[in-house]
Design a binder for this molecule. Structure first.
Ligand code: NOJ
Ligand code: NOJ
Length: 597
């Protein structure tokens, strides 16, 4: 053999081993092998395993770097939804005790007063996570997540199991154990959806497509389910309609994409995999390719898919060298920095799942439509004009085959970077594919289970989306975004000609709210001398907007003991202030009068 021939043979072999697209059967093989591993790891992460309370879904067994040894309402709900779907599709009744334990312990979690709020006005349901023994988590966090995302996701998991249980003669569990939890979640979403909160990644405060679409689904299906139990409330459906109306504002017709996060009409982030997670969560196999509910095969959702995937092309080294219509690894959003912002298993799998859902519906309805909105998505695979293609046409067959290969490509990326033992972390390195961040992430496994089910055509039950009608007229106002919960700068100013700045007393402010020490003089706030104005002292602190408070100035001896002198405020009462809804506040300059003078 000539040297050149040998070289080309080696090159060819190299391409086969390395770069050749995997076949549909290798995708099936991977999923078939990984699926039972995933189920096992999901179950291993649910209490009483890992020492967690029965039914508690632990996010990951990782206790440091990062510490995910908590239960997040979001992760738990999405995991349960995947278990219920498996129960329904495979009749795997062994899952029932786990699901019912989950539901029971949710009632405990709902009643825990916490840093997001309490049970009596339901505000505590906005708390994003709890300890695995079902007690309060008291650390700092992006909270409150008052927007209803987590209760909404849980409501959907509950309705899914509720329908199953009703069908299988377990009405007692539904009325006694499930409904009380579901009712709280539905009431919470009804009451609080119209406030902004953190997105599913717990970073961006505003309104997100993911949250709003999950809230709509929860109230719409929750309303029907409540009626089936004779617990209907008209507010569920009324708010569902308002939410659906507001949801439409995420469609950005100029950019031809779904915006991920907005606040007060301003765009915070456009392309985000959280939108894909929202789309597959909102999938209704009987709703066709409806764009109002952003069904996976809707032109809007496909335009999103196209733009999102493109944003990650050539973004990670592991994506280099892929053809422009080949699947790539996807992270949460580009420029993410969390654990270096690598690709995530669950976001890459979500991109596959959206397309499997789409293929299911196209085959079911026997046609697919290319519109001006979805044209860019379809034209990755050929040149297709706007129009409807029946399943008997060769164009239809060509498109379905190309989209199937494309969808499998996302799974193949995940397969390629799944270690030999099948264990899925949260992320895999965008540089070399090794596992990164939380190990055995429950949600990673759950996302594999649902992607496989979708590929196998085992779709979830309808949630009634086809009965939804496109909102007409003006929406009732959507959430008003308050930039943060502690953003009003409040300046306290006092003059005290008797204080020299060198003396042994200092001036402080103390007041009725925690930020002002709750009237405890030892927690009072020190005023500093203003650099340019002799005898003027001030302190600037951050307070929540639209908050009333009372306050007073005091003088404390610097040493040895902090003896306190209260100001002699005319009338003997307290000073009063209220922060504005936005902006800042400078309180009137006070003159410190010694009460003994
Ligand atoms: C922890 C959150 O869970 C994660 O989503 C976020 O990216 C990091 N904190 C950094 O904000
Ligand atoms: C970080 C993710 O951004 C968030 O969505 C998730 O809830 C937590 N990790 C726990 O898995």
């Amino acid at each position: 053999m000539k040297a050149a021939t040998i070289v080309s043979a080696i090159v060819l072999l190299g391409q086969l081993v390395q770069g050749s697209p995997q076949t549909a059967s290798s995708t099936s093989k991977y999923l078939k092998k990984e699926d039972p591993i995933a189920v096992q790891h999901v179950l291993d992460n649910i209490g009483p395993n890992l020492g967690a309370k029965a039914g508690i879904v632990v996010a990951s067994p990782s206790t440091e770097d990062p510490n995910y040894f908590y239960t997040w309402t979001r992760d738990g709900a999405l995991t349960m939804k995947s278990l219920v779907e498996r129960l329904v599709a495979e009749n795997d009744v062994s899952l029932i005790p786990t699901i019912e334990n989950y539901i029971k312990v949710q009632l405990t979690l709902q009643h825990i007063d916490n840093l997001s709020g309490n049970f009596s006005d339901l505000s505590g349901l906005g708390e994003p996570k709890f300890m695995v023994n079902a007690t309060e988590f008291t650390g700092d966090w992006g909270r409150p997540q008052r927007d209803g995302q987590c209760p909404a996701l849980r409501a959907t998991a509950l309705v899914a199991y509720g329908k199953y249980a009703q069908k299988h003669n377990n009405k007692k569990f539904v009325t006694e154990s499930l409904w009380p939890v579901l009712q709280n979640d539905l009431d919470y979403v009804t009451k609080y959806w119209n406030l902004t909160g953190f997105d599913l990644w717990e970073e961006t405060s505003g309104s997100s497509f993911f949250t709003i679409s999950a809230s709509h689904r929860a109230l719409f299906e929750g309303s029907a389910f409540a009626s089936s139990l004779d617990h209907s409330k008209s507010s569920y459906l009324t708010q569902a309609k308002n939410i659906l109306c507001y949801l439409q504002s995420f469609w950005d017709s100029d950019a031809n994409v779904i915006d991920a996060d907005i606040a007060n009409g301003k765009l915070l982030r456009q392309l985000d995999s959280g939108t894909t997670v929202g789309i597959i969560h909102g999938f209704d196999p009987e709703a066709g390719c409806d764009g109002t509910t952003f069904q996976p095969c809707s032109d809007r959702a496909l335009a999103h898919h196209y733009a999102l995937v493109n944003s990650f092309r050539n973004y990670y080294p592991v994506n280099n060298g892929k053809a422009s219509n080949e699947a790539v690894a996807l992270g949460r959003y580009i420029h993410d920095v969390y654990y270096d912002g690598n690709p995530w298993y669950l976001t890459t799998l979500a991109a596959a799942e959206q397309l499997y859902d789409a293929i299911y519906v196209w085959n079911k309805q026997g046609r697919l439509e290319v519109t001006t909105i979805s044209k860019s998505f379809f034209n990755q695979f050929g040149s297709f004009s706007v129009g409807t293609y029946k399943s008997s046409s060769s164009t239809y067959k060509k498109i379905i085959s190309a989209v199937s290969t494309y969808a499998d490509g996302f799974v193949d990326m995940v397969a390629k970077y799944t270690p030999a033992d099948g264990r899925l972390h949260e992320q895999f390195s965008g540089w070399n594919g090794t596992s990164v961040s939380a190990k055995d992430l429950t949600w990673s496994y759950a996302s594999l289970m649902t992607a496989k089910a979708a590929r196998d055509g085992k779709v979830p039950d309808s949630w009634g989306a086809k009965k939804v009608s496109a909102p007409k007229g003006k929406c009732s106002p959507g959430p008003v975004h308050v930039v943060s919960n502690d953003i009003i700068s409040v300046k306290f100013v006092a003059t005290d000609s008797e204080l020299t700045g060198f003396g042994s007393t200092s001036i402080y402010v103390v007041g009725s709210i925690p930020e002002l020490g709750s009237w405890s003089t030892s927690a009072a706030i020190l005023l500093q001398g203003e650099p340019d104005t002799y005898g003027v002292y001030s302190a600037t602190i951050k307070l929540p907007p639209s908050t009333s408070f009372e306050y007073k100035y005091i003088e404390k001896l610097d040493c040895p003991q902090a003896a306190v002198t209260w100001e002699n405020y005319p009338g003997g009462g307290n000073r009063e202030g209220k922060t504005p809804a936005s902006g800042s506040l400078t309180l009137p300059t006070a003159t410190f009068e010694h009460s003994d003078s």
